[in-house]
Write a protein that binds this ligand. Structure first.
Ligand code: ADP
Ligand code: ADP
Length: 225
């Protein structure tokens, strides 16, 4: 049985059909990308899975449980949206640790995981900064660390690396891919960058006008051991 199933998922905004009867099954531990031009319905798809947008029709089933109508905080995801705001009055460390504190993880374990997550996104030197003291790319990496640190059953990433310069983006692609492999977190990532989708994913769903036009498995010239 698939871990996540989208069954004829549809979202209409007035006359616009943002997502049009999308069918997709994702296996546990899989890394799937939604690839396509601006406006093809990628973000709306993630928002429905996260519970921030209600489907007009269709179903979302996760781990055998129908989640179509569940409130966002009843779904148990770690979410990184491109526009996802950090808490302005919290430092980097506090922002990353917030979800762990909510989940009642004890302080020593919390500190260990925060340290690990911040090292991963190369921000361990900026622990005590506030969001306003960070660049756009640094904020994006804090948001990424905040989602990763929770080790959620399903990670939804919306253009998580879009604000990074080319070199860091390439590094982070590798890192993210490696963590995903090691932790085995089922991941659904939105991107408009074909190279990024192909280099990171087990499967790439090519979307156009709210539909899945093609589902491809990237050919890997050499697999990591
Ligand atoms: P993508 O993420 O691929 O760029 P979106 O999912 O953001 O695409 O948008 C898909 C379509 O739905 C677009 O035509 C967009 O204008 C429309 N849309 C998205 N969100 C809303 C909204 N809240 N109200 C009205 N139209 C929306
Ligand atoms: P929790 O700690 O309960 O898992 P999160 O830290 O994931 O919650 O998110 C905090 C709140 O921010 C969520 O309850 C959600 O309503 C809101 N949120 C997160 N991302 C978005 C988004 N892209 N659009 C609208 N609201 C969002």
């Amino acid at each position: 049985m698939s871990f996540l199933t989208l069954d004829s998922l549809t979202k209409r905004y007035g006359d616009t059909t943002a997502v049009d009867a999308l069918d997709l099954s994702i296996e546990r531990g899989e890394f799937v990308s939604l690839l396509g031009p601006s406006g093809c319905g990628k973000t709306t798809t993630l928002q429905m899975i996260a519970g921030f947008a209600l489907p007009s029709a269709g179903r979302i089933v996760m781990d055998g449980r129908d989640m179509t109508d569940l409130a966002p905080n009843a779904r148990g995801f770690g979410i990184v949206f491109q526009s996802y705001a950090l808490f302005p009055h919290m430092t980097v460390t506090e922002n990353v640790g917030f979800g762990l504190e909510m989940r009642k993880i004890a302080a020593p374990e919390r500190r260990r995981r925060i340290r690990q997550a911040l090292a991963l996104v190369r921000l361990d030197h900026l622990n005590d900064r506030y969001p306003r003291e960070l660049s756009g790319g640094q904020r994006q990496r804090v948001a990424l660390a905040r989602a990763l640190v929770i080790e959620p059953p399903l990670l939804l990433l919306d253009e998580p690396l879009s604000n990074l310069d080319a070199k860091l983006r390439e590094e982070m692609q590798l890192e993210l891919r490696n963590i995903q492999r090691n932790v085995g977190t089922t991941t659904l990532m939105v991107t408009h960058d074909q190279g990024e989708a192909l280099s990171m994913s087990d499967r790439v769903v090519v979307m156009d006008q709210g539909r899945a036009m093609q589902i491809a498995e990237p050919f890997r010239a050499y697999e990591e051991p």
